[in-house]
Design a protein around this ligand. Structure first.
Ligand code: GLC
Ligand code: MG
Length: 253
């Protein structure tokens, strides 16, 4: 697939996607930086991390400054990654049907759900740990309890350990589309990269291009097998090298 070179929106998960192979990451960051200078390409990070844990990773890995930062599994959007003030239009979209107190109280009824650190409990995201064998029979029960109480909440399970409770509209994919509209970038000029369950929304939401890195986790591989489409490319290479492979495949670089 070849296409004319020009501006695009590059949105990527961080842990085990952008980050994981430091040599390839250095090369990818250099190429993206050049593209941004030449064409105004937008670079966005979409991470499950809180802003606090993002800052740690940014320093550890010398990440380039993004044009926007989506944290907490799509529930917060920042235009300066050092800012404390998320986009309030996005928060207003997430609020209907979300009730953090009731979600927390419901989760507390299940002793199998072990709360994640306080830094990862966010205004529109509550997070726990649970093992896959317990998850299989506990999650349906949690879902039906939430449903009984009339809450519109989404459960996202990633990496065989992390369980996130999110508002119905709070996911990485819808945050990506929100930014695409804001910047006037059409779906065919948007490319998303990921490796795990909380990235499925990036690939499932519309017709944006997607790159699944070669080291993807089982829940995302499973989704790919069941939902194969030409817009989504499963890379052979891992981490940033897989991203480079996919960007070339689609003709973005
Ligand atoms: C990141 C977050 C964690 C979340 C996980 C999966 O690791 O820190 O809170 O559960 O991503 O989305
Ligand atoms: Mg990841």
């Amino acid at each position: 697939m070849t296409k004319e070179k020009g501006q695009f929106l590059f949105i990527t998960d961080l842990d085990h996607t952008f980050v994981g192979d430091s040599e390839a990451l250095t090369l990818l960051q250099a190429l993206l930086g050049e593209h941004r200078r030449a064409y105004g390409t937008k670079i966005v990070y979409a991470t499950g991390r809180s802003p606090q844990l993002y800052q740690q990773l940014k320093v550890e890995q010398s990440l380039m400054n993004p044009d926007a930062l989506v944290t907490s599994v799509g529930t917060e959007i920042y235009y300066q990654d050092s800012s404390d003030i998320p986009d309030s239009d996005w928060s207003a979209i997430l609020a209907p049907g979300w009730n953090r107190e009731i979600v927390a109280a419901t989760a507390a009824e299940f002793s199998e759900l072990v709360p994640q650190p306080e830094s990862e409990q966010r205004p529109f995201k509550l997070s726990y740990y649970i093992s896959p064998d317990l998850a299989a029979h506990i999650l349906p029960q949690v879902e039906s309890r939430l449903h009984q109480q009339g809450l519109r909440v989404k459960l996202v399970y990633s990496g065989s350990q992390d369980l996130d409770f999110l508002p119905q509209n709070g996911n990485k994919g819808l945050a990506m589309q929100f930014l695409g509209k804001r910047w006037g970038i059409p779906p065919e000029s948007i490319v998303a990269c990921g490796d795990s369950g909380n990235d499925i929304a990036l690939f499932a939401v519309g017709s944006e291009r997607g790159i699944i890195v070669g080291n993807a986790k089982s829940e995302l591989r499973q989704w790919y097998v069941e939902n194969r489409k030409p817009e989504i490319y499963l890379a052979k290479a891992n981490y940033a090298r897989g991203i480079l492979e996919g960007l070339k495949y689609f003709g973005f670089l």
